[in-house]
Every structure is written in C-alpha cells, then in structure tokens.
Ligand binder design. Structure first.
Ligand code: NAP
Length: 500
C-alpha cells in the first residue's frame, strides 16, 4: 500500500497521464467527450466493467427505461435526433452511449476491466498515484472520479437470505438465464426498478408475491413513440431540437418548487395520484395498502401506467407484512400487526425464484476505492466539499455526480454537464499547477446547503436512500438546477488556493 509522501521506487516508471477519469458511465463519458472537443487528448478513461454505460449497462431488467425524457436525458454537446420514444428504454440509452464512444473516438483512451483500488496524492511530486485491483500502477496530474451514485446494489440484511435454494438475483444484475414462466416468483421492494419490471413478468409467472415495505406515490408516465416525421424534423432543424430540449428543461425545472420551496404544494399532486390509483386498482382494500403516508416527493416520485393495473391480476399478491427471514424454500413474514399488536405467527411463502429490487447503496459504497489526499486524509471521512465537485485537502481531484448533486425533478445529465464545465474551466486555468478548493469556501458552502435543505420535502419525515444514517440528505441538490449551474459558472477565483 502506498502512503502519503512515500516516493515508492517502482512507480516513477509507470505510465503517466495528464488526466485520469474513473468510471465510464454518463459522467465519465461526458467528461471525456468535452475534453476531446476542447482538444485535450492526454487522458485515460478507466472502467471496472467490460463495457461503458454504468447504470444503463448494468440494469437490463425487463421494462427498464428512463423516467426523464430522452431529449433531455442525453448530452447537449452530443445530441441525438433519433430517440424512438419520449422516454427511451435501457437498450436505446446504452446504444446512445456506445455511439458516443464511437463518434468521439474514445475507445483508444478507454481501459475496461480497470478497477481502481487506491489513489494517493503525492504532494512533493504534485501527482496522483493509482493502484488498480490488478496491481497495475498509474500516475496522473488530475484525477476525476465519476463512479456513479447508484452503482452498488444494496443487498438487504434479511436473516437467512443466503439460504434461499432457488435462483436469486438483484434487479441491477438480472439473471436472463432464469426462465420465470410458470414459476412462483417473489419480489422484494416496490421502488423505481420494481414498478418497471413487475408488469412485464406478472403475466408470465404462476404466482408473483410482491413484498412491499413502503408504498410509493405513482403518477402517470406520459410516454409516446416519436414519429419518423418528428425525428426527421429534429434532425434537419437543429434549432427545433434545441428549442424542444429547452422546453423540456424548463417544464421540468418548474417542478422544483414543491420539492425545495413549498412542499405543501405536493398535496395537489397527491390528490392526482390518489384518483389515478382509484382508476387503476379496483379492490379498495388493495388500494388502501398502496397509499403512502408521507408527503409526495420525500421519496422519489414514480411514473408508471402499468404497475398498479398489474396488481389487479389474480396471479399477483401484494404482501405488506414485515419480512422476518428467508428460508431455503421461501420468505417468512410476520403476522398481521394492528395497533402495534402482531396476531398470528405469519406465513411462509414458498417461492421458486427470489428477486431483490432493493435499490442501491447510495451513501458509502462498500466497493469504493480508497482515496488519500494531503497528509493521509481519507476521502470517505470528508464531508466538506464545494458543489459536490472539489474537496479541500484533495488537490487536483474532481468529483462528477458527487454528494448533493442528484435531482428529484430534472435531468441529472444537466447537473453533470454543469460539473464537467467547471472542471474544464479549472483545467484550462490552472495549467500544470495544483488546484484545490479552500477549506473556508467548502465550509461556507456546506452551511448554506444545510440551511436550504431544511425546508425541502426530503426532510419532511420519511425514510429514504437520500438520507444517511444520521438523517442528513447527502445525495440531492436542495435547489433549482439552474441555480447550481449558475454557481458552477460564477465560482470566484478566490475560493481556490492560490486565488487563480
Ligand atoms: P429504490 O427506489 O430505493 O427502492 C428499493 C425498494 O426496496 C423500496 O421499495 C424499499 O422499501 C425496498 N427495500 C429495501 N430494503 C428492504 C428490506 N430490507 N425489506 C423490504 N423492502 C426493502 O430502488 P430502485 O427501485 O432500484 O431505484 C433506485 C433509484 O434508481 C431510484 O430512486 C432512481 O433514482 C433510480 N432509478 C431510476 C429509474 C428511472 O426510470 N430513471 C429506474 C430505476 C431506478 P422502502 O421504501 O421501505 O425503503
């Protein structure tokens, strides 16, 4: 293991790059494209998997699609007029990213199967020394971490889970070799992933048992196929494509108001969701189980036209009793609890296949590399940062998709582009000097963030993956995305050490 200021004899001969980007999902690929467009070619893109794409490579479950319109959920600097639907599916988004690799000639600078284990900053040499799990060592002047916030599946700590004898997989690693036809299938979780694949598999299986811990607020998904004529028009009139993107951006941006300014406004959308549920689910007892008891938006609002109707199928059982443990044959739930009293000793539901739709470890992914800055500081122990991009004590390190840069109302690609823009401007400005955010600037930014977070819907009293163990929202930006963009544009020179 390398430590802070140890020169490490063999390392000097290892390949050196001006810039190393870690992660080739939307963030890393976007950074690489912008570097290329800026004429900067001395960079290396490391990807731990065998192919680029991040979440859009991994999540291949049936029905996987984006819930942000594709003309907005794509790079403004690498636009496509060819989206087949308003909300594209996984395969089309992955094909778009692969197309970007081809179009911008990124293959030569891409190293797949390269899993970063450790990155250590060497102050005297002003460089980052990287060790991959393969043992390969690399050096870089600038390190850009673009590892994705939702890349580590969260495996629930349910006793006995490992004992289940049948096929068992997480939705982010769908096992396509398992034929679900005629099987008794259990699904744990009713979040954004489950609501997309449950309607796809429900008609195939003999019995689908859906274990719901907390219901989600669900609104209609206004999805349409985009006609060839519309696509032709977008292709031949770039101004139309830009105008369409601008319209989509602002229509989503307006939705920030109930999230970050007046959460009480959500009650109007809750009303809409309730009537939607009433139209979609016939059984009033089942309907009751599907109405959340928290303010809409506190957890991610889900868009679906077919999830709730699929629960009407006689082959689908919604189970709201707590899971106690998993056996080799199925899942055992607690008895029915009314007024804090549990009656009966529950039921064991026998299953052939168990699917975990339990989301991602957004906070501190266990597989994260160790990143060591000045004086042995570990990145995992550092909460202070500036715009989720720069961290005091970590010179020439930039994060893409870092803390508090997610959104509940608009496209994450917009946020990534704002971050990429700031990184590019810093790279142009600092030349070969070190670049580091000042600790007082990060502290001031953190205080403002906490203050603004207090009034958001995310702290209105629900348990969600947005919050860490201490109840702090470490994932979402508590404001308008345009405000975030402005801050990345207007970040003054004095907040960087050296004032450049
Ligand atoms: P998720 O929204 O976090 O849902 C996880 C589900 O698993 C929740 O229903 C959760 O219940 C349940 N769960 C977790 N641990 C459990 C346990 N121990 N016992 C019982 N139930 C448990 O995860 P996801 O559906 O994979 O989505 C994660 C995020 O990915 C989304 O919020 C979204 O940002 C992104 N995503 C986006 C799209 C898209 O269309 N753009 C599609 C899929 C995913 P609780 O609610 O009680 O915790």
């Amino acid at each position: 293991m390398l430590t802070g200021n140890d020169a490490g004899a063999g390392v000097a001969t290892n390949p050196a790059h001006r810039i190393v980007i870690v992660g080739a999902g939307f963030a890393g690929l976007g950074m690489a494209i912008r570097l290329r467009q800026a004429g900067i070619t001395n960079f290396l893109l490391l990807e731990r998997a065998a192919e680029v794409g991040g979440t859009w490579r991994d999540n291949t479950y049936p029905g996987c699609a984006c819930d942000i319109p594709s003309h907005l959920y794509s790079f403004s600097f690498a636009p496509s007029a060819d989206w087949s639907r308003h909300y594209a599916g996984q395969a089309e988004i992955q094909a778009y990213l692969l197309g970007c690799v081809l179009e911008y000639g990124l293959r030569d600078q891409l190293q797949t199967g390269a899993d970063l284990q450790e990155a250590v900053y060497y102050e005297a040499q002003q460089e980052w020394r990287l060790t991959l799990t393969s043992g390969t060592a690399l050096r870089a002047e600038v390190l850009i971490l673009a590892r994705g916030a939702l890349s580590e599946p969260s495996i629930p700590e349910i006793p006995g889970l490992e004992k289940f004898a049948g096929p068992k997989f997480h939705s982010a690693h769908w096992d396509h070799s398992v034929d679900l036809t005629g099987k008794r299938v259990g699904v744990i979780g009713t979040g954004a992933s489950a609501i997309q694949f449950v309607p796809q598999i429900a008609p195939l299986v003999e019995k689908l048992t859906l274990f719901q811990r907390t219901p989600a607020w669900i609104l209609p998904k206004r999805d349409i196929a985009l006609s060839p004529a519309w696509r032709r028009a977008l292709r031949s009139v770039p101004l139309l494509r830009r105008a369409h993107r601008t319209y989509l951006y602002w229509s989503h941006e307006a939705r920030a108001i109930p999230f970050v300014v007046w959460p009480w406004l959500m009650r109007f959308a809750e009303q809409r969701a309730r009537s939607y549920l009433k139209r979609q689910v016939v059984n009033p007892t089942l309907r009751e189980c599907l109405i959340p008891d928290y303010r809409m938006g506190c957890k991610r609002i889900l868009l679906s036209n077919d999830f709730q109707p699929s629960l009407n199928l006689p082959s689908v059982d919604l189970v709201t009793d707590n899971i106690i443990y998993v056996t080799s044959a199925g899942v055992k739930t607690a008895g029915v609890t009314t007024g804090g009293v549990t009656k009966g000793d529950g039921v064991e539901r026998v299953l052939d296949v168990l699917i975990l739709a339990t989301g991602f470890a957004a906070g501190a992914p266990t597989g994260a590399p160790r990143v060591v800055g000045r004086a042995g500081a570990d990145l995992r122990d550092h909460r202070q940062n500036y715009l989720g991009i720069a961290v005091p004590g970590f010179p020439n390190l930039f994060l893409l998709g870092g803390p508090n840069t997610g959104l509940g109302h608009n496209s994450i690609v917009f946020m990534l582009e704002a971050q990429i823009g700031l990184v590019l401007r810093r790279l142009r400005r600092h030349g070969t000097q070190t670049d580091e955010i000042r600790a007082d600037a990060a502290a001031r930014f953190g205080k403002g963030l906490d203050r603004r977070m207090r009034r958001t819907v995310w702290l209105s009293g629900c348990r969600s993956w947005y919050l860490d163990a201490a109840g702090r929202n470490t994932t979402l930006w508590p404001g308008f995305s345009i405000g975030y963009w402005l801050r990345t544009r207007l970040a003054p020179a004095r907040i960087w050490r050296g004032g450049r």
